[in-house]
Design a protein around this ligand. Sequence first.
Ligand code: AOF
Ligand code: ZN
Length: 414
Amino acid sequence: MTLCPSMRKRSLIPSSIESAMPRETAEMKAADAQTLDLSRDQEYAARALELAARGRGLASPNPMVGAVLLSDGKVIAEGFHTYDALRHAEIIALEAAGEKARGATVYVNLEPCSHTGRTDPCSRALIAAGVSRVVAGMIDPNPAVAGRGLKELRAAGIRVDCSCTSGACADARRLNEAFAWWIRKRRPLVTLKTALTLDGSLVLPRSRNGNESRWITSEISRAEVHRMRHASDAIMTGIGTILADDPLLTDRSGLPRRRPLLRVVLDSRLRLSPKSQVVRSAKGDVLVFTCASASSARAKKLNALGVEVFPIRARRGRPDLQAVLEELGRRDILSVMLEAGPLLNQAALEADLVEKVRLFYAPTLVGLGSSLSGLPSGKRANSLRVRELSSMRTENFGPDFAVEGYLRDVYRNH
Ligand code: AOF
Ligand code: ZN
């Protein structure tokens, strides 16, 4: 086995024995250097990702991108992208490094762009700065780039490595999955989130004294839900949930975001009350899709209160979900968190418009005899089908746990 230098330092082998070992061959040294290179690459690729994630809530509708410039084994500059500051991560780092960028290695979680968007191509800036190597976390899924950035860098004689070649791009891909989906499909990635008792109930029985919490999951889980809301561009629910719970549906994570979380309500017959919490707190961040008239007195009243009422085509008497998502995509909404009741959840699943689910389970039971709670029985249940989740993960949140999984491979054909 070849020990990498850092491991050897911590080696428990007494130095007398070590010195009696055969001398290192050139081959072993080369392997050592490679291991060192690899662990260094991993370290700075992870740092680039960490920087990128600082753009959460601030980069959309652009991807989250972080860049690290390394010269003589030292970090000489860093940067991350936010949409309003315009400049791309690499440019921020290059400008901070100045002349020192010559010969540097650049770690960036997304392939540098090669196109002129709101800014000039990063590929050209990296070539002009004379960097010697670029390590990219993944190919840019934007069809305007899609490999051209790396190709240009290579053509200019820069050594280019992409983590996707070694299959080490899972974290980079996960961070920008919503961008990757939206930039190709032009509709947002939908994550269905719900809280459940361990036996799968979405509702708690009414409390006897009225003092019991109406929450299924703990405060720790609910704080995580606010982090999810922070990471989303929009939250979507149905009028049934508004009428039943009168929720606020805001992002109360306290974390910075460049656009308010868009609160989307599907309301076929426009039953939304001007007195609801959503409407009373509206500041141009509430969008109601309805199959009813958008010029009725109710609609006008809602408009006056800062709510946008958008007429949408109906499908079986309800807002057509595909059309809703297309409209959201046109509005640069990359991600939607579906926090709805069983009917809308089911409709979205049936229409195959849910990419990801995150289920929060509380360690409680309401009765193992019931199933599919909340869903009408009979005919409707016949249309249900079993869906398999992939890339499952579980995480603990205080007494609860969350299960996450994908119904679709967001990066298929990529
Ligand atoms: C990079 N570095 O930091 C980001 C990149 O309109 P623009 O000029 O902001 O370009 C947006 C596109 O550039 C975006 O769709 C994605 O393809 C890429 N984002 N690229 O090299 C960055 N944010
Ligand atoms: Zn760029």
